[in-house]
Ligand binder design. Structure first.
Ligand code: ADE
Ligand code: ZN
Length: 339
């Protein structure tokens, strides 16, 4: 791999649109968090062992084990700040980041006020990132779809309640295990969230077939996370193209959770060639041993994306973001000017 392409990727202004805050916590940070909270703190080796999984269900367990150590506002602030530093180092200029608000509630006895000080910590990190590193950030409140509808309602209501004072809360989403809950049960909640001015994202077609993607679209989802199974249904591909629905693809995530045989086999290249608005993302980089810059590099190495095609992926990431039109236009000009 030439250092030149790495350098080009680094300089390319990029947006990361599918990134879970909890999924960015590296084992070294987990050791720090454990030292704050555990009577017998984790060693680095013990922390690293929490990141081992062999399939999607085990991955969700690992994610849960790591999230357990995010307790106070300072923990969330630390995690967010480290995440933003890493984004900046990769040339990411804007990120839209999921927070597993449902998990926060679950572990705090559903106390509706428990989230506010945590959110204040997240906002301190976000504002510092914007000020010191020039990285802009929006939050997406993510509910766990295999908990309950009432649980998702709490999460989305919190987003709607805080949004007027905090426009950085841009939208809502559903993560978790699609095999245990689809999108239909959340139809009314998605309509209410849209009514409150929130943008709608959704994980769909990660562990399920194309019908789950159709279901996600039918409840108003504006962007689809993963969408690997869309490749099985050409009519769906045509609809996604016609409606210009952006796809938040996460190739290394899908390889590491055993849902895709290899990066080369991921439908990224086919979707791109079919004219879909595909974006590259890292999902849970600390768990999958990749990051956004590396996903661009792998697209080049494993799927022969040329420099201009990588530039096109960066353009898609800005276009598919929830940034205001003027900001998008300014970034698109910058992307085109990179040599
Ligand atoms: N939560 C964190 N990462 C996720 C993923 N890839 N799919 C569903 N839920 C998640
Ligand atoms: Zn995800």
């Amino acid at each position: 791999m030439t250092p030149e392409i790495k350098n080009f990727i680094r300089r390319l202004p990029k947006a990361e649109l599918h990134l879970h805050l909890e999924g960015t916590i590296l084992p070294a940070t987990l050791v720090e968090l454990s030292a704050r909270h555990d009577t017998r703190p984790l060693t680095l080796a013990e922390a690293e062992s929490l990141y081992h999984f062999t399939n999607f269900s085990e991955f969700l367990e690992s994610f849960r084990a790591v999230t357990r150590l995010l307790i106070g506002p300072e923990d969330y602030e630390l995690a967010a700040w480290r995440m933003i530093e890493h984004l900046s180092a990769q040339g990411v200029v804007h990120a839209e980041v999921f927070i597993s608000v449902g998990v926060i509630y679950l572990w705090r006895n559903y106390d509706p006020q428990s989230f506010d000080p945590i959110f204040a910590g997240l906002e301190r990190a976000r504002e510092r990132g914007e000020r010191e590193l020039g990285v802009s950030l929006y939050w997406i409140f993510d509910a766990v779809r295999h908990f309950t509808v009432e649980e998702a309602e709490r999460v989305f209501q919190k987003a709607a309640e805080l949004r007027p004072a905090h426009p950085s809360i841009i939208g809502i989403g559903l993560g978790g295990d699609e095999r245990r809950a689809g999108s239909e049960p959340f139809r009314d909640l998605y309509a209410q969230a849209a009514e409150a001015g929130l943008r709608l994202t959704n994980h769909a077609g990660e562990t399920t077939g194309p019908e789950a993607i159709r279901e996600a679209l039918s409840i108003g989802s504006e962007r689809i996370g993963h969408a690997i199974s869309a490749i099985q249904d050409f009519h769906l591909i045509e609809d996604l193209k016609e409606q210009d629905v952006p796809l938040e693809l996460n190739p290394t995530s899908n390889v590491r959770t055993g849902l895709c045989a290899s990066f080369a086999a991921h439908p990224l290249r086919r979707y791109f060639d079919l004219g879909l608005t595909v974006t590259l993302n890292s999902d849970d980089p600390a768990f999958f041993g990749s990051d956004l810059a590396n996903e661009y590099l792998l697209a080049h190495a494993e799927q022969q994306f040329t420099r201009d095609e990588l530039r096109q992926l960066a353009r898609h990431s800005i276009r598919a973001s929830f940034l205001p039109a003027e900001t998008k236009a300014a970034w698109l000009i910058r992307i085109d000017s990179i040599e």
